[in-house]
Design a protein around this ligand. Structure first.
Ligand code: MRU
Length: 369
């Protein structure tokens, strides 16, 4: 499997083991792409706030940070009651990304049988392991996805491969290279000629984070308004779409950032490949279909106010709509499995259907692309 260079990997979290104890810092994503600022997370409350306020975001990263939040919370009280209460508080922060519950369940199962006095150190170790595995998974997703991109690129040797993505599923959303962006980084590393259409992703504009990542990585890209995607797809200016996922139901329905399903519909109309890249920790077999996935409804403020920098480079918000209008802000949507060409995981690629996903989850060996 071709691997990405270590130098290409950036991280939205920093771990330090000092004499004062274990420490965690996060890159505050509410200030990006305008300012790069690190913020210490010292308590359970800091962690809860960081996830709720989306200082950290992206399904895999939320899982990793929640595991660290558990370790921070246990530092105060590592009893059984505290373990359950801390885990419940963190699990309630964001409902759609299943990696959050997955990471907390995994950590709690590891910690519960241990003597109380050993739990804090073990919680830090488990969170580190979850973060390391996430980075390894990203690398594997990149390698599997690269084969698909290479195949598509070979069909058009005379021009760059035209990809489209939605939201941000890059290194900012994970502990490694990203999910949807991992194959793109791998393709860049392999010298494949490509260009990426990046949709803005209203209302939180996580597409701006993707554009920022791609600029830093030297990947040719163009930012578009979400509403421009249909035009480009139907004009034949896109060869494939690749997105991440926040939860994948047993039948292959995919919850991802709101707006994803519109791109999938347009892609299906054009018979374009629509790929979903996610680690197997994003699979949720307890959700029979997308109907069982809770969709997070976020604050109306995200629609009422637009964030940006003024001419003095001060970060601020502008109100774009007066109070009095009713506002509805679902953060995710469900793309039906029938519109998904393949799911790219660390174990290989899979069709988006129940038997294939069940096989993938049973068999840790990779399925070849
Ligand atoms: O609300 P967010 O920004 O936490 O949303 C999660 C996402 O970043 C996307 O839905 C992404 O495409 C999947 S997570 C890598």
């Amino acid at each position: 499997m071709p691997s990405l260079p270590q130098a290409a990997q950036q991280s939205p979290l920093r771990r330090l083991s000092t004499q004062a104890g274990e420490q965690l810092e996060i890159l505050d994503q509410t200030l990006l792409p305008w300012r790069k600022a690190w913020r210490p997370l010292s308590t359970l409350a800091d962690t809860e706030h960081a996830i709720l306020d989306m200082q950290v975001r992206g399904a895999p990263l939320i899982g990793v940070i929640a595991a660290y939040g558990l370790a921070l919370g246990l530092q105060k009280d590592a009893s059984d009651n505290a373990l359950n209460a801390i885990s419940a508080r963190l699990a309630a922060t964001r409902p759609t990304a299943v990696n959050l519950g997955w990471a907390l369940t995994r950590a709690c199962e590891r910690l519960r049988p241990l003597p109380v006095g050993e739990r804090v150190a073990a919680a830090w170790r488990e969170a580190d392991a979850i973060a390391r595995e996430d980075a390894d998974n990203n690398q594997a997703i990149g390698a599997h996805g690269l084969k698909l991109l290479q195949y598509l690129a070979d069909r058009h040797p005379d021009r760059p491969l035209q990809l489209m993505t939605h939201c941000n599923a890059g290194w900012l959303a994970t502990a490694g290279y990203g999910t949807a962006l991992a194959p793109i980084y791998a393709a860049r590393h392999a010298g494949l000629s490509m260009h990426v259409w990046v949709s803005e992703t209203r209302p939180r504009n996580q597409g701006l984070l993707t554009a920022w990542e791609l600029l830093e990585a030297g990947v040719p890209h163009t930012l578009i308004a979400d509403n421009a995607a249909g035009l480009l797809i139907l004009q034949g200016r896109v060869d494939a779409i690749i997105v991440g996922a926040d939860r994948i139901a047993a039948n292959g329905d995919v919850a991802n950032k709101v707006g994803t399903s519109l791109k999938a519909l347009a892609a299906a109309h054009q018979c374009l490949p629509f790929y979903v890249a996610a680690p197997t920790s994003t699979l949720d077999f307890s959700a029979v279909s997308g109907d069982d996935i809770p969709i997070e409804t976020r604050s109306d403020h995200e629609l009422r106010f637009v964030a940006g920098v003024d001419c003095n480079t001060r970060i601020g918000r502008l109100c774009q709509i007066a109070e009095g209008h009713s506002v509805y802000n679902p953060a995710f949507d469900i793309t039906p499995a029938a519109l998904v060409t393949l799911i790219i995981t660390e174990r290989g690629v899979s069709p988006a259907n129940e038997p294939a996903l069940a096989r993938l989850s049973r068999n840790p060996a990779t399925t070849d692309t």
